[in-house]
Design a protein around this ligand. Structure first.
Ligand code: 48H
Length: 256
């Protein structure tokens, strides 16, 4: 006979607090901190965690996935080129071949699968957290300064907290938020600004220029276009996935 569910409000509360704080504390010192949970950040996070590194990912929005959800102009389908289908395969994402070079997958499936793979690889996610500054010591980026995004949205005067790491990845998309902070505060990095659309050129260039832009600071995804003054590519995501994989390889070889 069903005799009711044994749950208790204060136990639920304590369970959330205990488990969250354990995760938060373990992220205070990570191997890699990634800023931005769009396609490039999610791919980088997964591969780095699978390499055995401790990875913390900070996303200011409530949802994980960045620009994936909206596909192109809110048509929630995503186009990738042949070269990136291996990453879809590794994430377990199904896709249709549209012609000899273009493949299409579902934006919802892509966003969910990349997130799931990263979580399962051991990436620690912190959504609703905004990265507002970096730690720089002896001309090397060695951590992040963070606060709740609602604090920034409400314009509250609340001091942030700091997280240290061996490498930071800027995966913040068009904003290149972290690189912009480092450019402004050090004067040693130039943000050239993203240029108008030319998909083919942009896709190749964004992968090619994925790199370490300042000691300890790596850039991936759309932020690469912003930093290096590359054209935009519009709603094709293969370059983002390939850039995420490339930055993971660069950071991994830099750390080991
Ligand atoms: C915490 C932050 C902060 C911050 C930003 O835009 P994204 O999806 O990033 P990418 O580069 O992986 O993918 C770009 C792609 O979505 C896209 O826009 C393309 C291909 N455009 C082509 C075109 O021509 O327009 O995700 C970046 C994420 C977002 O979720 C932001 O909320 C987050 O980064 N973010 N998180 N602290 N300071 N700044």
């Amino acid at each position: 006979m069903f005799d009711g569910m044994k749950v208790e409000e204060t136990t639920i509360t304590k369970a959330i607090i205990d488990e969250f704080f354990e995760k938060l504390k373990s992220a205070v010192e990570s191997d890699v901190c990634i800023v931005g949970a769009g396609p490039s950040g999610l791919v980088a996070a997964r591969y780095l965690a699978e390499d055995g590194l401790s990875v913390s990912l900070f996303e200011r929005k409530l949802s994980i996935g960045g620009g994936i959800w909206g596909g192109g102009m809110m048509f929630n389908k995503v186009v990738v080129q042949k070269e990136a289908t291996q990453i879809l395969d590794e994430a377990g994402v199904s896709y249709e071949q549209y012609d000899s070079n273009h493949y299409v997958c579902d934006a919802i499936e892509l966003s969910s699968a990349l997130t799931y793979r990263a979580v399962k690889a051991g990436v620690k996610f912190f959504n609703l957290v905004n990265v507002e500054d970096v730690i720089i010591k002896e001309r090397k980026v060695c951590g992040l300064v963070v606060n709740w995004y609602p604090v920034e949205m409400c314009g509250l005067s609340v001091d942030p907290l700091a997280f240290s790491c061996r490498a930071v990845i800027d995966a913040t998309g068009h904003d290149a938020s972290v690189c912009s902070i480092v450019a402004k505060k050090t004067g040693k990095l130039t943000i050239r600004g993203e240029k108008s659309m030319w998909a083919e050129k942009a896709e190749e260039a964004v992968v090619k220029h994925t790199s370490e832009v300042y000691p300890g600071l790596f850039v991936t995804g759309m932020s690469v276009a912003a930093v290096y003054g590359l054209p935009r590519m519009g709603p094709i995501f293969g370059g983002m996935l390939l850039s995420g994989r490339k930055v993971a390889e660069l950071v991994s070889s830099n750390i080991f």
